[in-house]
Write a protein that binds this ligand. Structure first.
Ligand code: COI
Length: 332
């Protein structure tokens, strides 16, 4: 049995080697390259591939892999929005993802950044570095005084809710799927409008789907409370960034946490030092004192990365062996 892995980073190598050592019956080979129509050949002879990339899995890419006889593909991440599912279905692909590698990684990051916005730590850091050690006007808002509106109550949303409750905040939630535990405890409001109207902090924990893309726009922001805080550690596509910029300019939004950005592919996780920065709008957001930009690093912890590698290989081996993997993805 042979499994080939794409875009393996240095920080993933130890976990890949740990998995390979525990599975001596499997030949594991890998590359740092992304999976593209050109690199598909590298997997020749493998029974399955383990992948992670933000680059699209285009029809051409999937076809190139299928031409090598490989249709068992295991993602090391959660999101499947960059796979051409129609082609995957047509070619008979079997796909898995890792939906719960560490909800805490992402939820913790969202919680930390929420608290930082409320306490204006970026403003304070800048003041202190410049030699200004005065208090005013940089006064904080306590988390316990906020109503936190959580959109999406999957694994990540739920951990975020627990952490914010730990701070003493009031938490309300919206989701099209109701978790019975949360339902019973009375967290759910009836509509997104209820969240927009009642929440001081709105945190997004939903996938990018037809009906969630650009859900945060001029119209939804207009419904929010003045001085609301928006937190997006899910998918850049959920937010109309221009609308958020307008709301920051007008003072409607108190702050914005962004770990994901609609045009992030090719910009995040790259070194722009000494080069021309490719996105003026993003540069402007990075420079703002009330915007916390991180380059899609909410997930990036040792705990998460290990689970992403190990669980993806476990899934792929199950596919290759004709067994039912733990976390199959619906193809189509
Ligand atoms: C995902 O798991 O879908 C993520 O967003 C993290 C990815 C950038 C590795």
């Amino acid at each position: 049995t042979k499994i080939f892995a794409y875009s393996i980073r240095k920080d993933e190598e130890p976990y890949l080697k740990e998995w390979a050592a525990a599975h001596p019956e499997v030949t594991v080979d890998y590359t740092a390259d992304l999976l593209t129509p050109e690199t598909a050949k590298q997997a020749a002879g493998a029974d399955g591939v383990v992948v992670y990339q933000q680059l699209d899995y285009t029809p051409e890419t999937l076809r190139a892999l299928a031409d090598e006889g490989i249709t068992k593909m295991s993602l090391r991440n959660v999101g499947v929005d960059n796979i051409d599912m129609a082609t995957a279905k047509e070619l008979g692909f079997e796909i898995t993802n890792v939906p719960v590698y560490s909800p805490n990684a992402i939820a913790e990051h969202a919680a930390i950044q929420t608290a930082r916005i409320l306490r204006q730590t970026k403003v304070l850091d800048r003041k202190i570095e410049s030699g200004d050690l005065r208090w005013a006007p940089t006064i904080g808002r306590e988390v316990r005084d906020q109503t936190i509106g959580v959109i999406g109550t999957g694994h990540i949303g739920q951990v975020y809710m627990q952490i914010m409750e730990g701070f003493g905040a009031k938490v309300i939630a919206y989701d099209v799927f109701h978790d019975p535990k949360l339902e019973e405890a009375g967290y759910y409001v009836d509509s997104l409008d209820d969240i927009y109207q009642q929440a001081d902090v709105i945190s997004l924990h939903v996938p990018a789907l037809k009906n969630t893309i650009k859900m945060i726009n001029d119209e939804s922001i207009a419904k929010m409370k003045d001085d609301a805080v928006l937190v997006n550690v899910s998918r850049g596509a959920l937010v109309d960034t221009d609308a958020v910029v307008r709301a920051l300019d007008s003072g409607k939004l108190f702050g914005f946490v962004m770990d994901t950005y609609e045009n992030e592919v090719g910009i995040f996780n790259a070194d722009w030092r000494g080069k021309e920065f490719p996105d003026a709008r993003l540069k402007d957001l990075i420079d703002r004192p009330n915007v916390l930009v991180t380059p899609h690093t909410a997930f990036y912890t040792t705990h998460a990365v290990r689970n992403m590698v190990v669980k993806a290989f476990d899934n792929n081996l199950a596919l290759v062996n004709g067994e039912t993997p733990d976390t199959p993805v619906k193809v189509g």
